[in-house]
Design a protein around this ligand. Structure first.
Ligand code: TRH
Length: 398
């Protein structure tokens, strides 16, 4: 069983759904995924037809609405593994149900799946236990102790690794083997005319909206407008389109399928793609701007240079996480020149600073950065994927 609260946006649902689907497909487990924001989950999965239902099935996963009506004690009985995603608070009935199972035989394994970070401290906390004493009137004994394990995704062998389906890298390989064909097919399906993309540098832009001004976006767009080569920037529909309109000096927000131009730059609004189509888009772009957690990981599997808009946190805690990632991403054999440009652009992007000059420095480095991004992808692929790590932990139960 997986429990997911949708804090905001789509990342929490995206990660939980991807994990659930992989546990079914590749590990043959029956999986139930409880999600509190039912409407958001269904719209993410394109399953609005199930809006009035309390549960449905999708690709072998049992999807359930996490709501007050659920009898949690019976829902959890028989579960072998309970995953609370991102420290969401489990319903009391689930805890009591697990404790009741523990009082008579073995309780389910209980895992708190944490957020992704490249910081080195997570290796110390990955796999750590927390003991919880549960008292409940329905329990046969006065108190039962449950044990929760903290599970951290990450970039090193001391962590749980990253979500990666077993056939993902093969899929990228075949999309990229005929890059021009895949790209043309995708853009045609999106209704984007050939005139916009032949010979253009292709960029995907998935980012958070910012307070009025959006210096980073404005300065970057202005710099791309001056490029000697055409650029096509694809923006999946979302709140950032208001910033895009502002950066283009337009009053109207682009509707899906519309293209606007500013010098050498063309910007197209595209639909929010189904998960697997989004992978294909990342695969054939020359540069991907991604955000949050899941799209950030997917861009790394695509083996293309990326700019990461990290989820902003209080007291700028996210900047520490950003630097920890950039330090890992830029280490090893990176040529100082190209890595430095990418690292600086990432920092300026997150600080909402002027990215204009940086873009002119970065663009010529993209071929080298593509080569580096592929090496990074290969290095990450040497680690076990997150679902397999979880399975190993689960099977090694005492
Ligand atoms: O949407 P995000 O910003 O999500 C999260 C949440 O805000 C969460 O609360 C926070 O904790 C976390 O970031 C760090 O970004 P993310 O994680 O990339 O999630 C977006 C999901 O949407 C991801 O699964 C990829 C998917 N997606 C598509 O399926 N199609 C698309 O066209 C796009 C742009 C994304």
């Amino acid at each position: 069983m997986i429990f997911c609260t949708a804090v905001d946006n789509f990342g929490d649902i995206g990660v939980c759904w991807r994990l659930a689907r992989q546990l079914v497909r590749e590990h043959d487990l029956p999986v139930t995924l409880y999600i509190d924001d039912w409407d958001k989950a269904l719209s993410f999965l394109g399953r609005q037809d199930a809006r009035l239902l309390a549960e449905t099935r999708e690709q072998g996963v049992r999807l359930c609405h996490w709501c007050d009506a659920v009898d949690w004690q019976s829902a959890v009985s028989g579960a072998a593994l309970v995953i609370e995603a991102f420290g969401c608070t489990l319903p009391e009935g689930v805890i009591a149900g697990m404790a009741a199972m523990g009082a008579v035989s073995a309780p389910p394994r209980w895992v708190n799946l944490e957020y992704l970070s490249a910081e080195s401290w997570i290796e110390d906390y990955h796999g750590q236990l927390s003991l919880q004493t549960v008292t409940h009137p329905d329990l046969p004994s006065a108190a039962t102790t449950l044990c929760k394990t903290f599970f951290f995704p990450g970039f090193t062998s001391g962590t749980g690794g990253l979500l990666r389906e077993h056939d993902l890298l093969e899929a990228h390989k075949s999309w990229q083997a005929d890059q021009a064909g895949t790209r043309a097919g995708l853009l045609q399906a999106l209704g984007i005319n050939k005139e916009w993309h032949e010979d253009a540098l292709l960029i995907s832009l998935f980012a958070y909206p910012r307070p009025p001004g959006n210096v980073a976006l404005k300065s970057w767009f202005a710099a791309m407008a001056e490029d000697s080569q055409p650029v096509l920037c694809l923006v999946p529909v979302g709140a950032v389109l208001a910033d895009v309109a502002d950066a283009l000096g337009q009053m109207q927000i682009l509707a899906v399928g519309e293209v606007a131009t500013l010098g050498s730059l063309s910007v197209a609004a595209i639909p929010f793609l189904p998960l697997d189509d989004y992978d294909r888009l990342l695969s054939v772009c020359d540069l991907n701007l991604v955000r949050g957690e899941d799209s950030f990981v997917r861009a790394q599997w695509a083996g293309r240079p990326l700019i990461w808009h990290i989820y902003p946190q209080q007291d700028d805690a996210h900047l520490v996480k950003l630097d920890a990632f950039l330090a890992r991403y830029g280490e090893d054999s990176w040529s100082a020149r190209s890595a430095d440009k990418l690292v600086r652009f990432n920092r300026f992007w997150n600080l909402d600073a002027d990215c204009g000059k940086l873009w002119h420095d970065l663009r010529p480095q993209l071929p080298d950065l593509t080569y580096r991004a592929r090496n990074w992808q290969q290095k990450l692929a040497e680690l076990p994927d997150l679902a397999s790590s979880l399975m190993q932990f689960y099977r090694n139960r005492p």
